[in-house]
Design a protein around this ligand. Sequence first.
Ligand code: NI
Length: 192
Amino acid sequence: MEIVYYPHPTLRYPSKTVRRVDRELRSIVREMFELMYDARGIGLAANQVDLPLQLFVVNASGDPEGGEELVFVNPVIDQPKGSGVSEEGCLSIPGVHADVNRPSQVHVTAYDLEGNEIDTVVDGLLARVIQHEYDHLQGVLFIDRISDSAKKQVASELEAFEFEFQSQRAADKIPDEQAVHKRLAEIESRYC
Ligand code: NI
């Protein structure tokens, strides 16, 4: 398992509802935390590791020894309040950062891996991370939410990612569109 980079098609694929949690999915989630810590991130969504599942992990401290490890399965966000601008980055677009305006507080419902319901109001950094990861599950990236001037500033960096992706695909290191979708359908038939 590895983190996929922009513009990998799975990052644009709307994730599907998880209906089944098994031992393998638990170990996938564990591995997602490890990949996130290795990349010095604070959140990671399933489609960032090429899985089409409504599921993301968060540890707002970014510290494997500290903070709280949170798993959100089938999350729903509502009741946005306030707004704030802060710089964001993304493990699927490493090195690219830009300001994003988001609600400063949201209400989240979801399930954890044991099937317990999560029902909480979050604000601050945790609210921002949760909204960023929730966006991933809809196929939305933070670069979709930045100003036109910020888009111009990151354009050349994004082009470099696009060039790298095309090169890797040409070298058969990334499967073609059809193969990607076939694999996603197989995972969906197991978990969704
Ligand atoms: Ni991200």
